[in-house]
Design a protein around this ligand. Structure first.
Ligand SMILES: Cc1ncc(C[n+]2csc(CCOP(=O)(O)OP(=O)(O)O)c2C)c(N)n1
Length: 294
């Protein structure tokens, strides 16, 4: 029951299994279209699993529940990972995934105002944090204790509007606001073109209580989310270093991972690599557990 917040302790293995299922669905969705924004979705799947299955106060059966925490997906083109996450939680029917990116579907390549579980559309980059700041202020003014989580990309940290919103968040002491930056090191044509580093230092300088973590390490993601619960008058930022294509070695090595298009017969190999990697990672975790016990 996800309304009961927070669970007493993180079940990391369960969250890793959820992240794996999210990745598998993302690949299936991209396979159906022969292409998609898959690299960043695979990279961000661990964070999505931890946010939706551990941290967020929400009800998959009632996405408009007024007391829900808000999750703003600022990068609309990450939609595929949101659809996969919502389907995993039962918030959208799995059959509906078959409509992905077809005319009149609620589930498009980017978020729509008609899409389920979308607090704000995000196709035009740099708007998510400003909207999230407004939401956090509005919720506080109305006496709500709901929190606002805002995903944003490293590319969006090149937008002035992001930093204007950050200044406001700190000025207004929005400590129920958590900016989750997917620092995956890429933007449209490959590597980041306008220097961002040291990125965490920038968030700190703007008044955010900032953590910098490996966003593909489930234990680190859960610990950071839990630490970000502190009511200390400061907005929170979690800079997540993630690997585009995570979980599929041939995609992890790919130079251009922003938009992935492969030959029709390669999708099967991509899914097979995901399953093999998961088996390897589970084996490693079990081995570490045994060694830890001795
Ligand atoms: C304001 C705005 N400018 C440009 C674009 C076009 N655009 C879409 S995705 C993208 C790449 C941005 O990089 P990042 O946000 O880091 O995303 P990633 O490559 O990790 O998916 C760009 C420039 C846009 N959607 N909105």
């Amino acid at each position: 029951m996800l309304r009961n917040h927070p669970p007493p302790s993180a079940d990391l293995e369960r969250l890793r299994a959820v992240a794996h299922a999210i990745r598998r669905t993302c690949i299936e969705l991209a396979t159906g279209k022969g292409q998609g924004y898959l690299g960043q979705a695979l990279g961000f799947a661990d964070v999505m699993a931890a946010v939706y299955f551990h941290e967020l106060r929400w009800d998959p059966r009632d996405l408009d529940w007024p007391e829900r925490d808000r999750f703003v997906l600022s990068t609309g083109h990450y939609a595929i990972v949101l659809w996969a996450t919502l389907a995993e939680a039962g918030a959208i029917p799995r059959e509906e995934l078959a409509t992905f990116a077809t005319d009149d579907s609620r589930l498009d390549m980017s978020t729509l105002d008609t899409s389920p579980g979308v607090e704000a559309t995000g196709g035009s980059l740099g708007h998510g944090l400003p909207v999230a700041v407004g939401m956090a202020l509005g919720l506080r003014l109305s006496g709500s204790d709901a929190r606002v989580f805002c995903e944003l990309s490293d590319g969006e940290c090149q937008e002035g509007s992001t930093w204007e919103a950050a200044l406001s968040a700190a000025t207004f002491g929005l400590d129920r606001l958590v900016a989750i930056v997917d620092a995956n090191g890429i933007q449209a044509d490959g590597e980041i073109v306008v220097a961002l580093e040291p990125l965490a230092e920038k968030w700190r300088a703007f008044g955010f209580d900032t953590q910098e973590i490996d966003g593909n390490d489930m234990a680190a993601v859960v610990a950071a989310l839990e630490r970000a619960r502190a009511r200390d008058g400061r907005p929170k930022a979690i800079v997540c270093r993630t690997l585009p294509g995570k979980g599929v070695p041939r995609l992890e090595r790919r130079e251009k991972a922003h938009f992935i298009r492969v030959e029709a017969d390669e999708w099967g190999a991509i899914l097979a690599e995901l399953e093999a990697e998961r088996a390897r990672a589970s084996g490693r975790t079990a081995q570490e557990g045994r060694e830890g016990a001795t």
